[in-house]
Ligand binder design. Sequence first.
Ligand code: ATP
Ligand code: MG
Length: 757
Amino acid sequence: MNKKKDFLRTIVENDLKSGKYKEVVTRFPPEPNGFPHIGHAKSIALNFGIAEDFGGRCNLRMDDTNPTTEDTQYVEAIKDAVKWLGFEWDGDVKFTSDYFPKLYEYAIQLIKMGKAYVDSLSEEEIREYRGTVTQPGKRSKYAKRSIEENLDLFERMKKGEFQDGEHVLRAKIDMSAANMKMRDPLLYRIRHAHHFRAGDEWAIYPMYDFAHPLSDYIEGVTHSICTLEFENNRELYDWVIDTLKLEPPRPYQHEFARLNINYTVMSKRKLLELVNGGYVNGWDDPRLPTIAGYRRRGYTPESILNFCEQIGVAKANSVVDVAQLEFAIRDDLNKKAPRVMCVEQPLKVTIENYEGEEEIEASYYPSDVPKEGSRKMPFSKEIYIDRADFEENPPKGYYRLTPSQPVRLKHAYIIKCKEIIKDEEGNIVEIKAEYFPDSKSGSDTSGIKVKSAIQWVSAPHAKRVELRLYDRLFKVENPQGIEDLNPNSLRIVNDALVEPAVIEEKEQERFQFERMGYFYKEPVDYSDEHPVFNKIVGLKDSWAKKSKPNSEKKKEQPKQKAQPKNEQKEGSVIPMTKEQQALFDRYTKELSLNSEVANTLARDAQLATFFEEALQNAQKSAVSIANLISNEVARELKQKDLNELKFTPQQIADLAQMIDNETISTKIAKEVFELMNQSGEDPQKIVKSRGLEQISDPDVIAPIIDQIIDKNPQNVQKYKEGNKKLFGFFIGQVLKATQGKANPKIVNELVAKKLDS
Ligand code: ATP
Ligand code: MG
């Protein structure tokens, strides 16, 4: 098993070991009243994943008990989503509506046992009689009906002799139960509505709490996994199965935390509003968090599954940063997508000293991606570069083409600006340039220094494409509805240009357009005459930039001379300079870094400077700091310059120290780094505000323990009388109360102290 074991997998494993079940059977039970979303992906990954891991089966069951909202188009969308994510359900798709006759029989059985009755109170009275959390309810006078009368009324309800709302079938349990769900819950209601599968056969429909446990039982489900909102329903789930004395094995319900993502709405009701209101273009609009939307946008199933695995399964609700999902797709495509050239806003460049044409063999992948392949890029006298890559009056730190600063055309030559041509309004319409014949990438002997390499396309060979540039659908972290929509969530560019390979590589669906982002051939609207590409995700988080820059932090950054980034020379290992060798020796000998990390840092002046700075006040954390810098920081510096980084060396040192003193795990540290990278926020703050840290402070833990001890006097008594097993109970309660974040070592010590005092 490759997945790490979450608490549900542990339960399943124990149930199999103990012989409670011979085979694990799970199910994914959506209501077909909307397209499935990324939250459903989490549930799909979990249910199908568990069945897969333990050699069991997983059913796909449409929970279609509400005739007024359900539809076959949703059934198809759900099937598509499960298949696309790479899972196979056991046998045919199942439908709760197929069990209506069987469920009806079970209801009759309950009536005959005196455990269910037909109630004729109005909806309002039922609510009133139910009481409140602090006050018991009172039972309806109709609860006294005889079994015969109940059977007769229930049959006539089924036949359609009554109006909607005239009667309901209720379980007879306990009107003063602490759990409100147990106060004679509704089992059936009358609905004169057409059902998309059962037609008009039924005038009564079972309620979720009745249909769900029994459907699970009928299918032989062993682990009925659902989200935390159903925690209170579990008692009723058990009541239904126990009261009917169903033969074992029977299913048990287990709850986990639902997925929430910031900048996203996830309820089907809200998604329906966006679709029906025309705020998006259908359920598969690439801006929606529906699986169909992600698919159309160009997300891969692997990226979504990786994301689901990374977020894990927990018992406490939380909100996941959408940047984490974006990271997952970037991470996946980084390994897969060929790098090609696209120019979003073409600016013509005429290379005056170049004649003829040539084809440049250019690799599709950078050297750190273990994939091979290349294409031939036509090069000629007239090319296009992006408008943003030329500045007549460059701001400080501008590394691309200017009247006085040459630039490399990626994979090709270095050019320099000779003349700027403007139209009557003063807009730049063309650059006259000169190229350096001996500067060709790979065999550059020109000795000319450039600060960056930009994308370009050959004018006579370039192809025109439409780009659909998507951004987040909502502009606020916690969107409530349409008032929070981001007005710029879709921008269409009609006259971008791409190199020919993008069009000619027919089987290739996803590309990285260099320096722009990852793009996907629009699966519906793409044609040879009119190629259209969806932007899947940018190369870095553009929202990070929009958040407030932390100007104080910026000042602390080490002063850096603007250094050109070394274009990596393929193949040969360049010997270290004397200075680099000295650094390498110190790193390996004095700081005990491993040689790979030391090599990375010593050879890169930027990384080395950053490292030295971070070490200033955190000598003891050298190894963790070095690891963070040689991995995380180095990756960022491939795309950015030092002065563009949001975080400071000090913050990286702080992060390393949090790893070393076990405040957070290295895994969480990566997550924290991503957030620092976006916002420049202090790692301590991030960990705090998101509650990522272990709670180790006895002053925080002690009062929680006191509360639990106060609440459980009987268990305290029993413990003191010698039932030492109850120690685990108290530990468990404390961990639960702190959502698993209390440091178990400290909890153990404190609980022992309090109980034994
Ligand atoms: P919504 O509230 O978005 O309409 P739902 O819970 O009503 O969703 P169902 O079709 O009833 O949708 O859900 C099918 C399964 O998917 C259920 O087991 C449910 O618990 C699970 N599920 C739904 N939303 C999420 C989520 N955000 N995270 C994890 N699981 C979810
Ligand atoms: Mg639902």
